[in-house]
Write a new protein. Structure first.
Length: 224
């Protein structure tokens, strides 16, 4: 289930949107721009953020408040804004898409799904095929040379996350956040341990797909 963080100033309208998205199968948390600090205690894992910017605020100002929360620094964001905000967008990084207010919940849902599909690099019902390695995201199955590969839940989640974001480098802290969640009690060494175990099961040829980026973390290669 995809998890969405709603951030805005019109909290009442966001509560209505939250109810709509929950009914559509999302896990949703809503918070005002001024109350972002309270998320530090919860440290939830979110797939995507939806930011509503009121006319009296600047987009950059709201994005900075979100990035000030340590575990939201890398959160992809979709913004709901007014035409007066459009001139700001070219100078702001980390925004995946935007919608112009007013906008119907159905349009917001469609845009969220579109962005999530792009971020995940894989559509529902599809899989990832590299050589003789096949990763079925929906069925939680991995096969190599047509034989099932026995992975633990965390090994699969780690492989799935890296494989659906090929070419992008992730630090160990980022992988802990994305795969284990911030409520996990443990250090970054757990990432290295799971990578070693995963590589051992993939074998010499396919182990190289999980590439080590020295002094940074790991990335998934798009081909052998």
């Amino acid at each position: 289930m995809e998890s969405i963080l709603l951030v805005g100033t019109k909290f009442a309208s966001f509560q209505r949107l939250k109810g709509y998205l929950v009914k559509r199968g999302f896990r949703v948390a809503a918070v005002s721009v001024d109350d972002l600090g309270r998320l530090e205690e919860r440290k939830e894992r979110f797939s995507l953020g939806l930011l509503e910017v009121s006319p009296d605020l600047r987009v950059a100002q709201c994005v900075d408040r979100i990035r000030h929360v340590s575990f939201l620094k890398e959160l992809p964001l979709v913004t709901l804004l007014t035409p007066s905000h459009l001139s700001e967008l070219a100078s702001i990084g980390g925004l995946e898409d935007f919608l112009i207010l007013p906008v119907e919940p159905e349009a917001i849902e469609a845009r969220l799904k579109f962005v999530l599909k792009r971020l995940n690099h894989v559509s529902p019902g599809s899989g990832i095929q590299i050589g003789k390695l096949s990763i079925d995201v929906d069925r939680y199955e991995v096969t190599l040379d047509s034989e099932p590969l026995e992975l633990t839940y965390k090994e699969f989640e780690l492989l799935k996350f890296l494989a659906t974001h090929p070419g992008r480098v992730y630090s160990r802290d980022q992988l802990l956040n994305q795969v284990w969640g911030y409520d996990f009690i443990g250090g970054t060494r757990n990432v290295d341990v799971q990578i070693r175990r995963l590589r051992a099961k993939l074998g010499p040829k396919y182990a190289s797909l999980t590439d080590t980026v020295r002094n940074v973390g790991y990335k998934f290669l798009e081909s052998l």
